[in-house]
Design a binder for this molecule. Structure first.
Ligand SMILES: NC(=O)c1ccc[n+]([C@@H]2O[C@H](COP(=O)([O-])OP(=O)(O)OC[C@H]3O[C@@H](n4cnc5c(N)ncnc54)[C@H](O)[C@@H]3O)[C@@H](O)[C@H]2O)c1
Ligand SMILES: O[C@H]1[C@H](O)[C@@H](O)[C@H](O)[C@@H](O)[C@H]1O
Length: 344
């Protein structure tokens, strides 16, 4: 069976997902697209040679009889509305992060999904599908470094065009919030944000870098340097310090060069290149599981937890204090074990 997919938002990542589903993946076909910028939707259809209908708006895509599942890749503030409409229509929906821009919005989605009675929502936290994170999780789960005590991370972008306010937390650090609780099988209880000396390359009054500290239920301490104008490249680091050893996130594979009196390897500069395989795996698994009527990726509950944690980090940044992270009890609905990504 081919999954007939409607895409809402044909900007950077929407177009990229359409391209991979059309050219690289199997089992899915883009049959409907829309964008508030009609020209963008038209260009995607013609440039990628899609056999897809262009709709006036997202709600018409969701309602279309020949659309089995939805991908939401519009701007963050529009996600909640389209995800709620997809649940109301009983259609599976893959929503890029953020699930909603507020924790309350994410909770409304969780409540709607629970009331619907079947998991329909997957959130686009692609690091869980990254080969290197999966290798790290496998080593950790096999007990090769013992129980985790401390985790050191870095999230570095070369530049941050369009960033303002707290986006280093709400747009970038959200990936660590998601992937670390998945990696460690734990949840957060508190956070603190330390503001180091600012780089002269930070624009629009941005603070850069941030040092973000998280404490988990099991007592693991996590420190992350989020540095979005680091200049030298796109660099994601993660090191688990365990009771019996240390496990590092593998570096992306790259040719080791001896040239001009230097031993060197390249560093990616674009997150799209660093995570290209992860997006492929993420969407292939989403298509495959959706066709089987399952939902295996990051759930609406995971999207909600990220939003609550990210709000707490923003509060901690502005207050300078340690902020408690409080979550309601996870609904039993999400305990069914079908929202765990299987490790390959
Ligand atoms: N998982 C990741 O690593 C990752 C990476 C990049 C972006 N994202 C997320 O994906 C989303 C899109 O990001 P982007 O970089 O593609 O942005 P973008 O601005 O390039 O594209 C967004 C598109 O949505 C369209 N749009 C906005 N409102 C709409 C509406 N109501 N209906 C239809 N179309 C609408 C815009 O016209 C634009 O073409 C963001 O939420 C972003 O955080 C996730
Ligand atoms: O910091 C960037 C992240 O590393 C990417 O994965 C994208 O989410 C991008 O939107 C962020 O700006």
């Amino acid at each position: 069976m081919t999954l007939r997919i409607g895409v809402i938002g044909t900007g950077a990542i929407g177009r990229d997902h359409i391209r991979r589903i059309t050219n690289d993946l199997t089992g899915g076909e883009i049959v409907a697209v829309t964008d508030v910028n009609a020209e963008s939707a038209k260009n995607v259809v013609s440039e990628l040679h899609l056999n897809a209908k262009i709709y006036e708006n997202g709600h018409d895509v969701i309602k279309a009889d020949d659309v089995d599942a939805i991908i939401v890749t519009s701007w963050g503030p529009t996600h909640e509305e389209f995800v709620l409409a997809s649940i109301a229509a009983g259609k599976p929906v893959f929503c890029e992060k953020p699930l909603a821009t507020t924790a309350e919005g994410c909770k409304r989605i969780v409540d709607a999904e629970v009331a619907h009675g079947k998991q329909l929502v997957q959130v686009g936290f692609m690091r869980r599908f990254d080969k290197s994170y999966r290798q790290l999780k496998k080593i950790f789960d096999e007990g090769k470094v013992g129980e985790a005590l401390v985790v050191h991370c870095a999230h570095r972008n070369p530049t941050a065009p369009g960033f303002s306010g707290d986006m280093a937390i709400t747009d970038s650090f959200v990936h660590e919030i998601d992937v670390l609780r998945w990696l460690l099988d734990d949840d957060y209880v508190s956070c603190q944000v330390i503001l180091p000396r600012n780089t002269r390359f930070a624009e629009n009054g941005l603070q850069d870098p941030h040092m973000i500290l998280l404490e988990t239920k099991k007592g693991i301490r996590i420190d992350t340097e989020v540095f979005v104008n680091c200049k030298y490249g796109y660099d994601i680091q993660c090191q688990i310090v365990g009771e019996t050893g240390i496990a590092n996130l593998p570096e992306p594979q790259s040719v080791l060069m001896r040239s001009e009196a230097k031993l060197s390897t390249e560093i990616y500069v674009d997150w799209k290149d660093r995570f290209i395989d992860s997006y492929d795996v993420e969407l292939q698994e989403w298509i495959d599981s959706t066709v089987k009527g399952e939902m295996n990726g990051p759930s609406a509950w995971d999207g909600y937890v990220v939003a609550v944690t990210s709000d707490a980090c923003v509060e901690a940044k502005h207050s300078g204090g340690i902020v408690a992270i409080e979550l309601p009890e996870r609904p039993a609905f999400y305990d069914q074990g079908n929202n765990k990504v299987l490790i390959k």
